[in-house]
Design a protein around this ligand. Structure first.
Ligand code: HEC
Length: 194
């Protein structure tokens, strides 16, 4: 009788142990990338072992595993992202994302077409592109980069069907932001001369 109880208990402990092992092995280790992120120009796998340390938020974990930005359309993150953009990016990309030394980021034209998806967008910002577009990983944590990205996506003014970072069913519902006056002017001048 006692023996049976014992063996039952040890069976339960064993099952519990097993389920714990399964749970552990299914849980991703910290922010270890599940998606392979690569440098936008060289294709080298990005090393995440250095760069500005930041909080490993739910958004960071989710992005490392899926390359989906949970901050898209999140008003609070967009507001913080706008502040960060003003400090870290506006000097080169313009105060209204209209382009200056670096290209406009709110239209559907991309030098690096992969940037139309959030994975590619992140890779350019985190690890840099050419010339003046240096890696931002020492300036901004991953969480901050995701907030900047959400802000930039929120001011997209081009055709909804080209908003490729959004799931297909959400593109149709997108109401584009207003085109910044500076971009409109540059576009009109361009059209006059071409
Ligand atoms: C010192 C100037 C400078 C700063 C600061 C800067 N950029 Fe850039 N950025 C550039 C230049 C120049 C390019 C074009 C590089 C190229 O074509 O390889 C560029 C390219 C890009 C691209 C690729 C655009 C495309 O059409 O493919 C993205 C995305 C981008 N920058 C985002 C950002 C964000 C977000 C920030 C702030 C966190 C930032 N950049 C800060 C100068 C800058």
């Amino acid at each position: 009788m006692i023996k049976n109880v014992k063996s039952l208990t040890s069976k339960a402990a064993c099952l519990l142990g097993l389920s714990m092992i399964t749970a552990v092995s299914l849980t991703p280790m910290t922010a270890e990338a599940q998606v392979t992120f690569r440098n936008a120009t060289t294709g080298d796998v990005i090393d995440f072992s250095f760069g500005k340390k930041g909080e490993e938020t739910e958004a960071v974990k989710h992005f490392m595993e899926t390359a989906e930005n949970l901050y898209n359309q999140d008003e609070e993150a967009i507001t913080i992202g706008q502040d960060l953009y003003m400090t870290a990016c506006s000097g080169c990309h313009g105060h209204h994302v209209e382009g200056k030394l670096g290209p406009a980021l709110g239209d559907a034209y991309w030098t690096y077409p992969a940037g139309r998806y959030d994975k590619g967008f992140f890779e350019i910002i985190y690890d840099g592109a050419r010339a003046m577009m240096g890696p931002q990983r020492n300036n901004l944590s991953i969480d901050e980069i995701l907030q900047v990205m959400a802000y930039v996506r929120s001011v997209y003014w081009d055709e909804p069907e080209k908003a490729l970072w959004l799931p297909e069913e959400e593109r149709a519902k997108l109401v584009p932001a207003e085109m910044p006056a500076e971009f409109k002017e540059a576009l009109e001048n361009f059209n006059k001369t071409h």
